[in-house]
Design a protein around this ligand. Structure first.
Ligand code: NAG
Ligand code: NAG
Ligand code: NAG
Length: 255
């Protein structure tokens, strides 16, 4: 009996890792959003920034890939399997939204969808609308950006802090984020509010530091950028990016 239970345990481990397999090639289908506006309101909360990511090659992913927001910012290489229509290299996209369609794992921006096509085949792939694909997760690379946080406008003095995490490189997932006053040890955990946005009602008032638990593959590690960013205190209502308020950087800080 015990050994049977052990077998079941091993089997379920095997099943869960094979389902979660992050480096495997998967077979599926992809469609595209005909209106670019559909991606602006993406569930990850990137807003219009999404269109500047990766040259606008972005995607809405199935709930299994979106993973309640943990999949926001993940990168995938997607190849369409029709050799007369598509090039073999495929396209690299970043997840910025969820799509609950049961037909596809990805709904791509139009530019990403047509980028899979061979030269001269753009209209043909658009006419098909939905294509067979294979895809795999790949590390994200940002040449001109480090991991950054953006303090969201809904943040409120003295203690309500909402941040958006941007430019997360590598093939990693963020499992938790803690915030403390710069130089201090009183860490308070943040909650994933939605998508790439995290919040807490217990933020310290002064300059802030963050630490994060990230996983890549099967390993977890704590990332602790020692860099501090300005806190909630001393900011006129936190109107980042609005003329005459804030620091004009959109409240974005590279860590
Ligand atoms: C999912 O994508 C399809 C396009 O394939 C679109 O018609 C539909 O509105 C999208 N659903 C959601 C919930 O965004
Ligand atoms: C990224 O971080 C490195 C090392 O801290 C720094 O030298 C570089 O200037 C940063 N780049 C940007 C775009 O912030
Ligand atoms: C933070 O996000 C969580 C999860 O969405 C939500 O339940 C909570 O109300 C938010 N906190 C505040 C103070 O708005």
């Amino acid at each position: 009996m015990a050994s049977f239970q052990h077998f079941l345990f091993v089997l379920s481990l095997f099943l869960s890792t094979s389902i979660a397999c992050d480096r495997c090639v998967h077979q599926s289908k992809a469609a595209y959003f005909s209106s670019p506006a559909s991606l602006l309101g993406g569930s990850c909360g990137y807003g219009s920034m999404a269109l500047s990511f990766n040259g606008g090659y972005v995607a809405a992913a199935s709930p299994d890939l979106y993973r309640d927001g943990m999949g926001c910012g993940a990168c995938f290489q997607i190849r369409c399997k029709n050799p007369s229509l598509c090039s073999s290299g495929g396209v690299k996209v970043i997840v910025t939204d969820i799509n609950k369609s049961t037909q596809t794992d990805f709904v791509l921006s139009t530019s990403a969808f047509t980028a899979m096509a061979k030269a001269g085949m753009t209209q043909d792939i658009k006419r098909l609308g939905i294509v067979d694909i294979e895809y795999k997760r790949i590390p994200c690379e940002y040449k001109n950006h480090n991991l950054s946080v953006r303090i969201e406008e809904i943040s409120q003095k003295p203690n309500y802090l909402a941040i958006k995490v941007l430019y997360q490189g590598g093939q990693t997932d963020i499992h938790s984020i803690d915030v403390a006053e710069a130089g201090g040890w009183n860490w308070r955990f943040m909650t994933r509010n939605y998508g790439a946005v995290w919040n807490t009602s217990h933020a310290p008032a002064g300059p802030l530091q963050f630490r994060m638990v990230v996983t890549g593959g099967y390993d977890g590690m704590t990332v602790w950028p020692k860099k501090a960013i300005p806190g909630l205190e001393g900011r006129g209502g936190l109107r980042f990016g609005v003329a005459g308020h804030g620091d004009g950087t959109g409240g974005m800080f590279s860590l």
